[in-house]
Ligand binder design. Structure first.
Ligand code: DX5
Ligand code: ZN
Length: 227
């Protein structure tokens, strides 16, 4: 894809967004080019600040380094306390899409507007304990909702089945006010859980462990999760 715009992908299409958190960081360029060959459209980049979540991952230099090597749509998941303060820097580094947390300290409406004005698509996400109703008023204004299906902060956790209700509620709301809305799920997505999230109405599947560490390789992972 040359224009790298999430809006050009249909929300009726199943999209895999591999999370580099599970990749081998000593071989990151190779890992991402192998993921690209497996036929994916998005690359999920988890940014953690050690404050909003109890872990620290990667930041701007990794995004800008990968940008030089990849034409994938960069799906940047900001698990940071002040996303509004960093949106422009991530755009400059090469982010195409930013998802931020409704629980962050940044004002939600203003942050949505700023991300759009910077020329990116915007997603809003919520932690497992946050009620789905908190998102409702923003659905019309955004390109994606990300439903966290684990507590944010770490890869390799167990999928929380209770989050499926959130996915179907959001799909119902979206059908009424924003049918183009992408619904992404993140955490514990694998060969057993992918069907459940699709049935509930999700179309963008983040997969870290089940993609980069698939025993038969990334092509097999893409096939398994995309089917
Ligand atoms: C968790 C991150 C996820 C994580 C998913 O905070 O947002 O993107 O990397 O990892 P898996 O797919 O291994 O559960
Ligand atoms: Zn994530």
């Amino acid at each position: 894809m040359s224009s790298r715009n999430l809006k050009e992908l249909s929300s009726e299409k199943i999209i895999i967004s591999p999370s580099i958190l599970a990749a081998d960081f000593t071989e990151l360029g190779t890992e991402v080019s192998e993921a690209t060959k497996a036929g994916i459209d998005l690359l999920h980049i988890d940014v953690m600040d050690g404050h909003f979540v109890p872990n620290i991952s990667v930041g701007l230099p990794v995004v800008s380094s990968l940008r030089k090597k990849s034409d994938l749509i960069f799906d940047v998941h900001l698990m940071i306390s002040n996303p509004l303060d960093y949106a422009e820097a991530f755009r400059d580094a090469g982010a195409d899409h930013i998802t931020f947390h409704i629980e962050s300290h940044s004002p939600v409406k203003e942050t949505i507007k700023a991300i759009k004005e910077l020329g990116m698509t915007v997603g809003l996400t919520l932690k497992p304990k946050t009620p789905v109703e908190d998102l409702k008023e923003f659905i019309e204004d955004i390109d994606m909702v990300l439903v966290m299906t684990v507590e944010p902060g770490f890869g390799g956790q167990k999928f929380m089945h209770k989050m499926l209700d959130k996915v179907s509620t959001i799909r119902q709301w979206a059908n009424e006010v924003n049918p183009a809305l992408h619904i992404e799920v993140d955490g514990g997505i694998n060969k057993d859980t992918h069907k459940l999230v699709k049935e509930a109405g999700a179309n963008v599947l983040v997969a870290g462990t089940a993609f980069f560490r698939h025993p038969e390789g990334m092509k097999a992972a893409a096939k398994e999760l995309g089917s």
